[in-house]
Ligand binder design. Structure first.
Ligand code: PLP
Length: 410
């Protein structure tokens, strides 16, 4: 008899986007002729940079000839992409990495979800709240999150609230957390930590033997000077942090699938006998067993992100999204709304007025001015009373939405 992993049965349904779809469909049934503006979308909309398209075309042609054909590649990724990553993303910031510390993946989500396999199930864990739901859900699957209590929180998870009251800067806990997820720039709040604030977390991790999983999927959106692009800009971070990045949101690879994970050689965790074990060879072993690499064509496309043309094209796309963000921030502010994020991230975090709940405000936006958003409570208990809007839409939609908001009696 095959017995099920019962932890999967504890997983709450992923209702957020289906609940949104249900409410939007109900609206459309009663208002079939009203066009909706969708500002809830978390996917990019601009096409791939031309440099990536050209590189992938060339790679396809290589595959057509036995002399240049590529079969299985290295599980860790091709050297040409790893070297380009080190040269462009880390060396200019004074971070030295060796090629064996970088693992190419098929997008950040897989590694964010799988990395916990390297750790015992009974480590304690912490997340900032609200946050990208993959961190908690992937830990529920192995039993690490514990059980769900009446407040909708998991018993073995320390929630670090990030709200307007604390400026979206999580307070350092007064107890030890073994495994901590940090996501900066943050999805969904669009907020960041300064060098000084991130340093406090690295110092906490060094003092408490905490492993930090640092999700930098939105690094390319950072504009302000006092915001670290990599956790390894902070002294000592290589001893305590894994960093995971993605080509999804800078180069539009959401449908192509490529990212990378950095596991420094100095990063170790403990056995019960307090022996230190480096995670890099463990992850390498895991990948060689369970992963056969990201496709050659995809990796050639990702390499082109770092070409001179690729860099210009990526910048143009990010500038386009960030101009959307600026238009939205200003429109929302001049309508008297409390707005956060959207400066170093493509996400805008909007406080519901008059103490409305996330879903009440969602419905009001939908019914009054036909805008689709994402209720903040879907990202964690501290997201209640907020909405997420994204800048990934089309310019004309952002402008039209702000016109509607400026005439709106909230
Ligand atoms: N991390 C965060 C914070 C995200 O918001 C997303 C996607 O929306 C991902 C990771 C996943 O990225 P990828 O497309 O590389 O799997």
């Amino acid at each position: 008899m095959a017995l099920v992993n019962e932890h999967f049965l504890k997983l709450p349904g992923s209702y957020l986007f289906s609940d949104i779809a249900k409410r939007v469909n109900a609206y459309k049934v009663t208002h079939p002729d009203t066009p909706l503006i969708r500002l809830g979308i978390g996917d990019v909309t601009c096409p791939l940079p031309a440099a990536c398209i050209e590189a992938m075309h060339r790679a396809v042609d290589e595959m057509a000839d036995a002399k240049s054909f590529h079969g299985y590649g290295p599980e860790q990724g091709y050297g040409f992409l790893i070297n380009a990553i080190i040269k462009h993303d880390f060396a200019p910031r004074g971070i030295n990495l060796s090629p064996s510390e970088v693992f190419i993946n098929d997008g950040a989500k897989s590694d964010l979800g799988n990395i916990g396999e390297l750790l015992r199930w009974d480590n304690s864990m912490g997340i900032t709240d609200p946050v990208y739901p993959v961190y908690v859900d992937s830990n529920i699957m192995c039993g690490r999150s514990g059980v769900l209590n009446e407040e909708g929180k998991w018993s073995n998870v320390t929630y670090l609230p990030c709200t307007a009251e604390n400026g979206f800067v999580p307070a350092i806990p007064d107890h030890r957390i073994d495994l901590l997820y940090l996501c900066y720039p943050n999805n969904p709040t669009g907020t960041t930590l300064t060098y000084g604030q991130l340093k406090q977390w690295v110092d906490y991790a060094l003092a408490n033997d905490t492993l930090i999983v640092f999700d930098a999927a939105y690094e390319a959106y950072i504009r302000e000077p006092d915001v670290p692009h990599s956790i390894y800009e902070i002294r000592g971070a290589k001893k305590v942090a894994i960093e995971i990045r993605s080509f999804s949101k800078n180069a539009g690879f959401t449908g192509v699938r490529c990212g990378y994970t950095v596991i420094p050689k100095e990063l170790t965790v403990a056995t019960l006998n307090e022996e230190r074990i480096p995670l890099n060879p463990l992850w390498n072993r895991r990948q060689c067993t369970k992963f056969n690499g990201t496709s050659y064509i995809t990796q050639r496309g990702a390499e082109a992100v770092y070409s001179a043309d690729g860099q210009k094209q990526v910048k143009a796309t990010i500038d386009y999204y960030m101009e959307n963000a600026r238009i939205m921030r200003e429109g929302l502010k001049s309508a008297g709304l409390e707005v956060y994020g959207g400066v170093n991230a493509p996400y805008i975090w909007l406080k519901a007025p008059r103490g409305l709940s996330s879903w009440k405000f969602f419905d009001k936006l939908l019914y009054d001015i036909n805008i689709v958003s994402t209720p903040g409570v879907g990202f964690g208990p501290s997201g209640e009373g907020y909405l997420r809007l994204t800048a990934f839409g089309r310019r004309e939609d952002c402008i039209k939405a702000m016109e509607r908001i400026s005439d709106w009696k909230i």
